[in-house]
Write a protein that binds this ligand. Structure first.
Ligand code: BDR
Ligand code: CA
Length: 313
């Protein structure tokens, strides 16, 4: 089994990813770490606890970044995930509480406890990972892999023409993660905008597992509404849960290698700039930047089938 820590801002698609990971054989979720993003960090933490309670999984939750490293915070997208992060379903507060330990401390502790074994799955702005690196740079050599949902290499952005939400919410943190000497796999809009999850799948999951499936179905209605109004599609894009699909079956994706840097100011703020392996430029920004695996292609049908199989098993 593969040990993972999920860094998250639940978030409706975060909820899908977290249940998917809990349910999947072969993944051992060591903990959930939370950050601002879709909602303030206090709400993200409550939501992470709620998800663990619904799934009846005993997993620690550690609360982390409340604001970006450098830039002022952007407004939370309550028009996408609702004010509660769950599509305004008015779900009761969780009974459990988070660890005293902060998210970056939890990440460092677990990575040091299991050297070479922990994969960080990031579904949100990257402040917790950046902070963990800053506190203990050696963890870059001790982490198995960082698999993140974020960015757009060649696809248009979803917050600006070039920027995806998780990256633009904390561009400095994202640039620190892409330039650290660990293996990063980026699953961005290049692939997630190719995969649409619709109600028929959610209905089948709900029929099989009324608690988790019913919860996802209820949350997703607000999210699907947003996507159908904004993009004219019948469903919602399959963002965060793609990371879990990648862990379970990377052959679903077509990957390109290259350096990724993040624009940290100006009109391009939040852009993930992709420099394919082998291209050489005199600009110093590209010196010694490690290679990121950037997912460019996806077999969407296989990915959705895998999600449904795991969630209805
Ligand atoms: C990402 O932004 C958030 O709104 C989603 O949860 C996902 O992590 C998609 O751009
Ligand atoms: Ca998210």
């Amino acid at each position: 089994t593969r040990k993972i820590i999920i860094d998250t801002d639940p978030g409706i698609d975060d909820a899908m990813a977290i249940f998917f990971a809990f349910q999947a054989k072969g993944l051992d979720v060591l903990g959930l770490t939370t950050t601002f993003g879709n909602v303030p960090v206090s709400v993200a933490t409550q939501n992470a606890l709620t998800l663990a309670e619904i799934a009846r999984v005993n997993v620690p939750v550690a609360s982390g970044a409340s604001v970006p490293l450098v830039i002022p915070p952007r407004p939370h997208p309550d028009f996408v995930h609702g004010i509660d992060g769950f599509g305004n379903i008015d779900y009761p507060a969780p009974a459990s509480s988070a660890l005293e330990q902060s998210a970056p401390e939890f990440i460092i502790e677990q990575v040091r406890k299991y050297p070479g074994e922990v994969t960080l799955v990031a579904l949100a702005p990257l402040g917790n990972l950046a902070k963990a690196l800053e506190l203990d740079p050696e963890i870059a050599n001790l982490v198995d892999e960082v698999v993140l949902m974020g960015g757009a290499a060649l696809e248009y952005g979803n917050v600006s023409p070039v920027a995806e939400a998780n990256i633009i919410n904390d561009p400095h943190a994202a640039d620190a993660v892409f330039t650290a000497p660990w293996q990063v796999t980026m699953i961005g809009l290049d692939v997630t905008h190719q995969v649409l999850l619709d109600n028929s799948i959610l209905e089948r999951i709900k029929a099989k597992s009324p608690e988790q499936g019913g919860f996802l179905y209820d949350c997703a209605q607000f999210y699907i509404n947003f996507y159908s109004n904004r993009f004219g599609v019948d469903g919602c894009y399959f963002h965060d849960a793609s990371t879990i699909a990648y862990l379970l079956d990377p052959s679903i994706f077509g990957v390109e290698l290259g350096a990724v840097r993040v624009a940290c100011d100006g009109i391009g703020i939040g852009q993930t700039i992709f420099c394919p392996e082998g291209m050489e430029y005199p600009e110093p920004y590209w010196d010694d930047v490690p290679m990121t695996q950037v997912c460019m292609e996806v077999d969407g049908e296989r990915m959705l089938r895998l999600f449904e199989e795991v969630m209805t098993a």
